[in-house]
Design a protein around this ligand. Structure first.
Ligand SMILES: [Ca+2]
Ligand SMILES: [Ca+2]
Ligand SMILES: [Ca+2]
Length: 487
């Protein structure tokens, strides 16, 4: 939460200004001024589809060229991704596999016209880093001696040519798996001593040119670190993942980054183990249960369930490291398209990447959901970030205040717990997300919870929060208010 940290750093500069007589009144005025100054905000939680998916949704024909090494030419991820997208858009996609086994990006540049541009692609997926890093080409080979710098230059050259010829083409860059010296792998890792640097080049180019990046390498490396035997089974020859490996890593990652329909999807952060349950389809999901499973027992039973946050319809089953389950006992909770429920830390990021998602929609049929390991942005789906701007601040309290007592789309705006109404239970999420001062307003929250009537509750909460601000914690909203406050 870098931005929150930055705001905390400013706390001492302006908290003095709030330590004036009658801080309640002053804070009331402050809240009112903010209320008037802010335009209505909406949670920006739905992820946009990529241009490719948008065009497919419009019913247009699309040609997809996959370009790279043997990891593309013989990679099962290509047929796996094609199977999903062809199922959703039958007859709309022409697939061209222009993978070049044993070749690197000098060849990629040389063959770009015939292997890629000649097909008039609408989307191109590129990976050459694995062989750019290969140091054992014959000196006479076109691909001999490609440095990390040359690898980036070649990648940029291919992108330049693609963008010049077809500005609408979506370009997707991929990092792939690490190599290792498998028993019969002919020293794949030893012959690629700088492979990580070549993958970093792909990340850098994607960032510089604002291109979609599928960073498979992060996932592969974590599998290699956490469960070496699993990695070595997936990549048995030291270089080429098998179909099971691609199914676990690359296929979900490509679909996720494209913004394809993967139905109800559990996105898990590789670093923190935070999990987000998101409806990645174009239809609402009426959820009546979900179960996250880990055959190896890598789950965190302290995950933040819907029941934990005061959604009275939901009840946890007995949580274990092997299964986290919840059931809506009295109805369904609707997840609109794109809407996500933040489950906080549900997985031990040092353990196996073996999570499975099973859920029931309103028809009661158990379905498998998708699981993707990724880097969730630190500011994405934060607890208490009701307006979706990536910071938990006083503005979120105001968002809550504006909508308290009102019906809400579950998990959108200030409805943290997805029960379809904004009330004091959701405010608790704001306090939780706001950080350290939970001990201070504890009594205030308790006061709020015993007030049954909505209007009274609203007033009591405002008073409680105002008091909370006045205790000197309001420093973190000072930057918001600085332009409004008269001295
Ligand atoms: Ca719990
Ligand atoms: Ca916010
Ligand atoms: Ca709620």
């Amino acid at each position: 939460m870098p931005r929150v940290t930055a705001l905390m750093g400013q706390r001492s500069c302006c908290s003095d200004r709030l330590m004036t007589p009658r801080p309640w009144l002053r804070t009331f005025a402050l809240v009112g001024a903010l209320h008037a100054a802010l335009t209505p905000l909406h949670a920006a939680r739905a992820l946009a589809a990529s241009p490719l998916i948008e065009r497919l949704d419009e019913g247009r024909q699309q040609t997809i060229v996959v370009y790279g090494t043997s990891l593309t030419a013989g990679g099962a991820w290509v047929s796996q991704v094609a199977s999903v997208l062809d199922g959703q858009y039958p007859g709309q996609i022409t697939w061209i596999n222009s993978g070049q086994s044993g070749k690197a990006s000098n060849t990629g540049v040389a063959l770009l016209q015939s292997a890629v541009l000649a097909h008039s692609p609408d989307a191109v997926l590129i990976e050459f880093a694995m062989n750019d890093a290969f140091t054992a080409y014959a000196t006479t080979d076109l691909d001999y001696g490609i440095s990390p710098e040359q690898s980036q230059a070649n990648l940029n050259s291919m992108i330049d040519s693609l963008q010049a010829a077809r500005p609408e083409t979506q370009i997707v860059l991929q990092t792939m798996n690490p190599a290792w010296d498998a028993p019969n792998g002919r020293g794949s890792a030893t012959k690629r001593p700088q492979l990580a640097a070549y993958y970093q080049g792909y990340r850098d180019v994607a960032a510089q040119r604002d291109l979609t990046l599928v960073d498979n390498n992060l996932v592969w490396r974590q599998i290699q670190d956490n469960t070496p035997s699993v990695f070595e089974t997936y990549v048995a020859d030291g270089t080429h993942p098998n179909a099971a490996g691609y199914s676990a890593v690359t296929t979900p990652a490509v679909l996720w980054q494209l913004g394809a329909d993967t139905g109800l999807t559990l996105a898990v952060d590789l670093k923190t183990g935070r999990a987000v349950l998101q409806n990645r389809s174009n239809a609402a999901v009426d959820l009546i249960s979900y179960s996250i499973r880990s055959p190896s027992g890598a789950l965190q039973t302290s995950w933040r369930s819907l029941a934990d946050r005061g959604n009275a319809q939901w009840a946890e089953a007995n949580a274990t490291p092997f299964a986290l389950s919840e059931l809506n006992a009295t109805g369904a909770t609707t997840l609109a398209p794109g809407v996500a429920a933040n489950l906080d830390v549900a997985w031990d990021a040092s353990r196996a990447l073996d999570l499975e998602l099973v859920y029931q929609a309103a028809d009661g049929v158990a379905r498998a959901g998708a699981v993707v390991y990724t880097q969730l942005a630190d500011d994405q789906n934060l607890t208490g970030d009701f307006n979706g701007d990536g910071v938990v601040s006083g503005a979120d309290f105001l968002q809550w205040q504006r909508s308290v007592g009102a019906a809400a789309t579950p998990f959108v705006g200030a409805d943290d717990n997805g029960d379809g109404v904004v009330d004091e239970r959701d405010l608790a999420a704001w306090f939780a997300g706001y950080g350290t001062p939970l001990a201070v307003p504890g009594a205030a929250l308790a006061t709020v919870r015993v007030v049954p009537e909505p209007a009274a509750a609203r007033i009591a909460v405002v008073l409680a929060v105002t008091h909370f601000f006045a205790r000197g914690i309001a420093g973190r909203v000072c930057d918001v208010t600085a332009g409004i406050l008269a001295r």
